[in-house]
Design a protein around this ligand. Structure first.
Ligand SMILES: [Zn+2]
Length: 450
């Protein structure tokens, strides 16, 4: 007898949507997907004819940094927010605390294992010295190395090339934050005042375009796969796509929900609640970015979740330069894309599944255990419902007390989240416990040497 049946589900994959069907789950795995499953189970979740997606695999987020994040903003509270938003696997990136040697990697893995509500992988970074132990870090279970072209974690171009050279040889991938610091410095020097709106002018689009182009050539020169994180403009997507087509190494293009949801015109109303790097661009660039998401130019969407408390962020009304940039977004990403992407007619359900489940699962090295609803996969599922509602931080599990999406009217809500064969969230109420999730050495099958 299965542990759990999900009945009357329209199963979404990157290739299509099934007619209402049943998903049987046993021992944390999907055992069968089909219309003729006639079994009793310990528990049944009726999907009521609604779309059911694989659990989201979010490969860019900042969830744990005891040196930087305040109390109670840690891997437990932030992965609880993730699971409430249908994100059942994360790949977490360093913020201030460097993860650039195997011991630091193991320490973070052990800390996070005790706190995790979801399965997780880790990225090494932020690289400041290309002489780091690339092979040793890969043996611990990562293949991703993050570096910056912009402050505060910027390294020199020659070091980025050297890093790409070493990581490319080792079979890894380099992720780069693409904004050229010289352009940012010049733009910042032109700006007077500290209103939220001037912030957008301090990070011109040309800084992104120039850095993407340079990193594309660097990656091609060094024969290193490149992942361009958080592309903030349609023009940026087109710039990166030039290399995806011509370079002899793969280039993957990532964007984030806030670059699709907001333009710089929204800053007048939302002020510091839209402070993020790269900054928001024009409405025209937002429309072009949606086009790039729809037509396959953008490979995947990641949350780039960065947690802060509301009272800390609110200080930016007086001085926009003061608060740390970044937005809490892991819990709202899927509902935003389902409402403003699928229901608004910009993308299809299968494309949504490709963008946040299947492609990131492949990118993370965890496909097909994650990212697809089929027999043998982990039983990580999101059941939607149609609902007209106004987004409110009060309804979220996120403990920072705010969301940039406050007041938006959305049409799809996550009803039930299943992870590892158990119901772990209902209506943003989290039922799992810290420590329920496990570390994923990536790609799967490469075991840690401990
Ligand atoms: Zn980031």
């Amino acid at each position: 007898m299965p542990d759990l049946l999900v009945t009357d589900a329209q199963v979404v994959s990157a290739r299509g949507v099934t007619r209402p069907t049943t998903i049987a789950i046993d021992d944390g795995r999907i055992t069968e997907v089909g219309t003729d499953i006639d079994a009793d189970a310990d528990e049944t979740v009726d999907a009521d004819g609604q779309p059911v997606l694989p659990g989201v695999v979010d490969i860019h987020n900042h969830l744990h940094d005891p040196e930087l994040f305040p109390e109670r903003i840690d891997f437990a509270s932030q992965t609880a927010s993730a699971v409430a938003g249908g994100v059942t696997t994360v790949v977490e990136l360093p913020t201030q605390t460097a993860i650039t040697d195997p011991e630091a990697f193991r320490r973070k893995r052990d800390q996070c294992s005790r706190l995790a509500h979801v399965d997780f992988g880790l990225v090494a970074g932020n690289v400041d010295d290309p002489g780091l132990d690339v092979e040793g870090l890969m043996a611990e279970g990562t293949r991703d190395f993050k570096c910056f072209t912009a402050d505060p974690y910027r390294i020199e171009d020659r070091k980025i090339v050297a890093l790409m050279d070493r990581v490319g040889r080792a079979g890894g991938k380099v992720r780069v934050h693409c904004e050229t610091q010289g352009l940012l410095d010049h733009a910042r020097g032109q700006i007077e005042g500290s209103d939220p709106e001037v912030y957008m002018d301090s990070r011109p689009i040309e800084a992104e375009l120039n850095a993407i182009s340079r990193m594309g050539w660097f990656a091609e020169y060094a024969d290193c796969p490149l992942h361009v994180v958080h592309i903030s403009s349609g023009s940026g997507a087109r710039e990166a796509a030039r290399f995806d087509g011509r370079a002899n190494v793969p280039v993957t293009l990532e964007t984030c929900p806030h670059y699709l949801a907001f333009s710089k015109d929204d800053v007048a109303e939302k002020g510091p609640y839209l402070k993020v790097n790269p900054s928001l661009k024009s409405g025209r660039e937002v429309e072009r970015l949606w086009d790039a998401v729809a037509d396959g130019t953008i490979d995947l969407v990641a949350s780039e979740h960065f947690p802060t408390y509301e009272e800390e962020r609110a200080r930016g009304w007086d001085d926009i330069w003061e608060p740390y940039a970044g937005l809490p977004s892991i819990e709202t990403m899927l509902e935003f894309l389902a409402s403003e992407g699928v229901d608004a007619g910009r993308i299809t359900w299968p494309r949504l599944c490709e963008l946040v489940c299947e492609r990131p699962a492949r990118e993370a090295g965890v496909f097909p255990r994650k990212g697809i609803v089929e027999a043998g996969a982990d039983a990580d599922l999101v059941v939607f419902r149609e609902d007209e509602y106004e987004v409110s931080a009060d309804d979220l599990a996120y403990n920072g007390g705010w969301t940039p999406y406050e007041g938006q009217e959305w049409s799809r809500r996550i009803d039930t989240v299943i992870r590892d064969g158990a119901v772990v969230a209902r209506d943003h109420e989290v039922l799992s416990e810290p420590g329920d999730g496990s570390f994923l050495a990536r790609p799967l099958g490469v075991e840690s040497d401990r």
